[in-house]
Design a protein around this ligand. Structure first.
Ligand code: 13P
Length: 260
């Protein structure tokens, strides 16, 4: 098991309205509180759509919930005439702790390349929000280049050339495993995490290499333990299963079903 604090992150994508979102956060937190979940032992974060963030912040604050709040995207710009964009300062004002950057759905449907990802990582660093940098290979890239080449390349591109590197998280999400029910094996997740960690060490030093690396792609309560048994995988980024309170809280409580 990892020596870093594991992060269980729920990416809601474009699902639920803000009232349903609040109900989901309540249910997850009540379930975890009933189970005496230690958030310092296993950190939990939710990434609702932008329209839910203010309500989520108010709820988390009022109920003193320990779940962390994340956004699904950030503008690379600070402010100005960028219709439809949301800045890092706006997110920070809503007590957003984390932001997803370079999710494969944004790379695929919004043409976000390594350059955009790099600028968004810079925006997160300068706003004091921890970027969760998503990397991963398509099926085609898996077949032509193997499993680690693209994730390693995307990691280096996202982090190179910044004045200084703050805290960050890498989420390894093989594109072929997202929403498909096709899941990477724990061994594959471990091997790619190892390759990313080595690249972090070689390019950015020991502190960067000690960052958390998550696995994502068809993670469920019944397969999460396999991934987190490895000391190389420091958490999971969950899509579909994060919309179901029992599933997501079950994932956060993975230690209950891990075989030591
Ligand atoms: P699924 O868990 O639905 O496969 O989605 C993974 C993902 O894209 C999380 O960011």
């Amino acid at each position: 098991m990892t020596k870093r604090t594991p992060l269980i992150a729920g990416n809601w994508k474009m699902n639920l309205d803000h009232l349903q979102g609040i109900a989901l956060i309540q249910k997850v937190c009540w379930t975890l509180n009933d189970a005496d979940h230690d958030y310092k032992d296993v950190e939990v974060a939710v990434f609702p759509p932008f329209t839910h963030l203010r309500s989520a912040q108010t709820l988390i604050d009022a109920e003193k919930f320990e779940v962390k709040l994340g956004a699904q995207d950030i503008s690379e710009h600070e402010a100005g005439a960028f219709t439809g964009e949301i800045s890092g300062a706006m997110l920070k004002k809503l007590d957003v702790d984390y932001v997803l950057i370079g999710h494969s759905e944004r790379r695929q449907y919004h043409n976000e390349g390594n350059e955009t990802v790099h600028s968004k990582v810079a925006a997160a660093f300068s706003s004091g929000i921890v970027p969760v940098i998503c990397v991963g290979e398509t099926l085609e890239e898996l077949e032509s280049r193997g499993q680690s080449a693209v994730p390693v390349e995307q990691t280096i591109a996202a982090l190179s050339g910044h004045e200084s590197i703050g805290e960050f998280v890498i989420a390894y999400e093989p594109v072929w495993a997202i929403g498909t029910g096709k899941v990477a094996t724990p061994q594959e997740a471990e091997d790619v995490s190892k390759a990313i960690r080595e690249a972090l060490r070689d390019n950015f030093g020991e502190q960067a290499a000690n960052s958390r690396i998550l696995y994502g792609g068809s993670v469920k309560a019944n397969n999460v333990a396999g991934f987190l048994q490895s000391g190389e995988v420091d958490g999971v980024l969950v899509g579909g299963a994060s919309l179901v309170a029992d599933e997501f809280s079950g994932i956060a409580r993975y230690k209950k079903h891990i075989v030591l």
